[in-house]
Design a protein around this ligand. Structure first.
Ligand SMILES: C[S@@+](CC[C@H](N)C(=O)[O-])C[C@H]1O[C@@H](n2cnc3c(N)ncnc32)[C@H](O)[C@@H]1O
Length: 289
């Protein structure tokens, strides 16, 4: 019998978060390691995403786009990677100016090869423009209140300082703007409803199977043990909702996707405060599964 070696675990400093501030122990080293890892796997990223999620990632992104405000014209896809969320936006004929931002040039190069960074002639008579933006999500080179929506899919978990990233996204949003965060959250079996996070079989799949499959296809055990590790060291849904409120976001809604594998969290800037949005601060859960 051939015994498989256990997948390489990420270095301890990566994703080792302070539970009060939600920053990692060494932000510079963390940023360097995350960027280098995505640079290494950029070529196989899309294939592995679809394989390991059994294509559910496509469905989750489409669902996010369905939740995007119809009037959102200037939209940032933050931590855009190879651009699948921006492409899903274009396919759904949403937004007019789409910015795909990421701090990893190798991932953005894949996005360019998929046709992003160009004008797109829609069959609805609207010419949409996508632009690639090499930028750190925690220091966006964009003016205050300049965007209608910020979307971030599977990016929040990677940030060295989650609070700084969310504040930055709130800063660039217009008063009636919208933040949409799709990600994998830490399981919290004691919580109720969608705040529990992923169900037990999902945790098993992510923790045991995924790094081995990742290693088999990419020979990069670190990259695919990174996902369950980063998830375990990330915030639970409840903690994330509280953090967004601290960052001046409200009107929070949480949607559980596919047995809690992923969650979509939507929010709006504080500037819109009225009695309705305040009441909505109590995260509403719509369970899809
Ligand atoms: C898991 S991928 C997600 C890509 C894409 N959003 C998707 O849906 O497939 C995470 C991306 O976040 C980027 N990223 C991580 N930390 C970042 C940061 N601080 N600023 C900008 N991009 C970052 C990585 O380079 C990577 O491309």
């Amino acid at each position: 019998m051939v015994r498989q070696r256990a997948p390489a675990a990420p270095p301890p400093a990566i994703h080792d978060r302070n539970r009060q501030t939600w920053t990692v122990r060494d932000p510079q080293a963390h940023g360097r390691a995350v960027r280098a890892m995505f640079a290494r796997i950029a070529g196989v990223y899309d294939f592995m995403n679809h394989l390991l999620s059994l294509n559910l990632d496509r469905r989750w992104r489409r669902h996010l786009i369905e939740r995007l405000d119809a009037h959102a014209h200037v939209v940032l896809d933050c931590c855009a990677g190879t651009g699948d969320l921006t492409l899903a936006c274009l396919r759904a004929r949403r937004g007019h100016l789409l910015l795909a931002g990421d701090f990893c040039p190798e991932m953005l190069a894949r996005a360019r090869r998929k046709g992003l960074g160009a004008a797109h002639d829609g069959d609805d008579g609207v010419v949409r423009t996508s632009a690639l933006l090499a930028a750190d999500a925690q220091r966006l080179p964009l003016p205050d209140a300049s965007l209608d929506a910020v979307m971030i899919a599977f990016g929040a978990r990677n940030l060295a300082d989650v609070r700084a990233g969310m504040r930055e996204m709130a800063r660039v949003l217009r008063a009636d703007g919208q933040l949409l965060v799709l990600d994998f959250f830490r399981a919290d079996p004691g919580a109720r409803g969608c705040a529990r996070g992923p169900a037990r079989p999902v945790r098993w799949w992510l923790g045991a199977t995924l790094p081995r499959l990742g290693r088999l296809f990419t020979r990069d055990g670190f990259a695919y043990s990174y996902l369950p590790t980063s998830m375990d060291r990330f915030l639970s849904v409840t903690e994330f909702v509280a953090l967004l409120q601290e960052c001046g976001l409200e009107g929070l809604e949480v949607e559980r996707q596919s047995l809690g594998v992923a969650h979509l969290v939507t929010a709006r800037p504080h500037r819109l405060r009225d009695s309705q949005t305040s009441r909505a601060d109590v995260a509403r859960a719509r369970s899809e599964s």
